[in-house]
Design a protein around this ligand. Sequence first.
Ligand SMILES: [Zn+2]
Length: 446
Amino acid sequence: MLINSEQILQSYQTSKVAGLDKPQIVHADIESSLQQLAGNFNSSMQLDIIGFSHNRKEIYKWTMGSGPLHILCWSQMHGDEPTATAALLDVINYFSSGCDPESCRALAQKVTLHFVPMLNPDGADESTRENAQGIDINRDADALQSPEGQLLNQLICQIKPQFAFNLHDQSRYYAQGNTRHGVSLAWLAPSGDKGESITDSRRLAMQLIGSLIEDLNTLGNANFARYEDGFSVRAFGDFAAQQGSACILIESGFVADDMNRQCARELNYVALLQAFYRIAQGRFAVQAEAQYHALAKNKAEGMTDVLIRNLNIQTHSKQYQIDVSIKRDNLGVASVDEVGDLHHLGGYNTFDAKGMLFEAGLAYPVTHPLELTNNRYDFLLRQGYCRFTGDLSLINNLTRRPIVRAIGESCPAQYRRKGLSPSWLIRDADGIQAAVLEGQLVILDN
Ligand SMILES: [Zn+2]
């Protein structure tokens, strides 16, 4: 059952469960997916309701195998972090659809897999980090006041898993160290004590993470980092480590223009399957521990959504140069987050405006039906228009760009205005070179 990452990656297209490429995965999604997948379960697999959330929603556990090595994976203990839930369902589909029956059978004799895909269904349905009581379940490992936390505590204490995978999503604004690149996945082998000692099980987790990074690096360029966190008695990963599990925290990150984190989902799928096969075969590259220690650190607030560098601002009396960082909130509304010297930041979409000037832009009066293609939109931008006024219902927008409505004043001549989504132009001596439309960067090619 020696399977390489390439083969696992190839299986992804058939294993990928439909209907989960969306910003939020809710309880009904896993219920319908599990119901569908259950039609293919073989005798080594089992699906149980192991408990209920505070609002009495079912919490499911899928189990496979009868081997002596127990592996516990849980996802979405933070309701608004759904990426790994999709990956766990993809992995279940990989095993149940029988795409590699011989390897699966061999695996099921060595390991027992326990998956809890969505520990926090109430939070998932409300798109909140916390559960329905407002408790962050990952700060409840000691107090155990949430039913979900109590359930996870029981699982860890009863199963005593040799390996525990704690699966989360992290902010897309983390950078990979000082590289000014985003992070595809961040990893941590949490410690089980305040002294952060490297026990045998923690070393095993480090070696496994290092090995998985080597596996994933064979597939192309993803950016990995190490999640930074000290020991906390309130956190479940640390609790599992304290109980003797080799615990692996995976934080799904972000790549440009992948709002639903499908790249991270795929990486999770490959990493988890590789991990299971490696564990079953005892394949831990001892020297891979160095890979773990060599990981760049997660750098908080190191990235932004749109970054305009070196933009010149001309007022009646002064000229100065700034970088502009634009971020989107959870509802997708963009605003200028910061201006000034932002050379330490990376951006998922960037534009170097060196030698170019900020221009507020004009409002285009709509009086006749207007079929707005990319070309037509580009033309208007080049004419200096970046907003519309008049009867906007006459516009048939065939682009993926927003229609910005002019509000009252003819010219909100500010690059940064509270409560206003940034919409303006960037010009040089040859004309308009780029536009920002409600935070969306449009670069005009000449
Ligand atoms: Zn989390």
